[in-house]
Ligand binder design. Structure first.
Ligand code: ZN
Length: 238
């Protein structure tokens, strides 16, 4: 299953379907660090490149705010939670399994970005870092309304249970992340907080997938399954 990201450039989110990895990574896992067979991951990445129509650069996320610029198609991935490019024909990807994949397009400059926005990345300012990089490319901080964002499938606020102290820490910066699970425990709604922060940062056009990776077995969920794969968000610089 491939979900169009609804941006004005080629951009999509994948589910578990369409790859060759075996359980617990079945089947379209793109992450090398989770214990899957490297040949299977390579084949899955090739399948995603076929969907994108061009080579794809994948990130090595580490829940930080590092931004890596990609200028060559298929460039080796950097340890970063934001990939950004202005080179036509270059595709970049983020991967996640409950964390929030975000794709950004700045119509003014033509730049695109792929972001891995988990709980700690959001808290540390990964979205702000991505937007700062986009605005640096523009050379100015005007007319942010031309920036579009698409938020991919992630664990929802009814499912993402956390200790009360952790909820409180995140809520100090993102009050809107405060949530409770469907079973009445403290929780965080990271996708909702991501959407709100993008709005604050000036995005006029934001689309958000409502699928919950924890609830929907079509997606990888680290919280649900522990050892598992990662799904992908891909955007191509036009
Ligand atoms: Zn949920």
């Amino acid at each position: 299953m491939v979900i169009d990201a609804g941006l004005n450039v080629p951009a999509f989110f994948t589910s578990r379907a369409g790859g060759i990895s075996s359980a617990p990574y079945a089947s379209l896992n793109v992450a090398l660090h989770v214990g899957d067979d490297a040949r299977a991951v390579a084949a899955n990445r090739k399948a995603i490149e076929d969907l994108a129509g061009v080579p794809v650069s994948f990130m090595v996320p580490n829940h930080g705010i590092t931004v890596a610029h990609v200028s060559v198609a298929g460039q080796e991935p950097a340890i970063a939670d934001v990939l950004i490019t202005t080179t036509p024909g270059v595709a970049i990807a983020s991967q996640a399994a409950d964390c929030v994949p975000v794709l950004l397009h700045d119509k003014a400059s033509g730049a695109v970005a792929a972001v891995h926005a988990g709980r700690e990345g959001l808290y540390a300012g990964v979205l702000d870092a991505a937007v700062a990089a986009l605005l640096d490319i523009r050379g100015g901080w005007t007319a942010r309304g031309e920036m579009s964002a698409s938020i991919g499938p992630a664990i929802c606020g009814r499912c993402y249970e956390v200790p009360a102290q952790l909820r409180q820490r995140i809520a100090e910066r993102h009050p809107i992340a405060t949530a409770s699970t469907s079973w009445g425990k403290p929780a965080l709604d990271i996708p909702r907080a991501v959407e709100a922060r993008l709005g604050q940062l000036g995005f006029s056009h934001i689309t958000r997938q409502r699928a919950c990776t924890f609830e929907d077995p079509a997606y990888f969920s680290h919280r649900r399954d522990g050892t598992t794969g990662r799904q992908t968000a891909v955007i191509v610089c036009p």
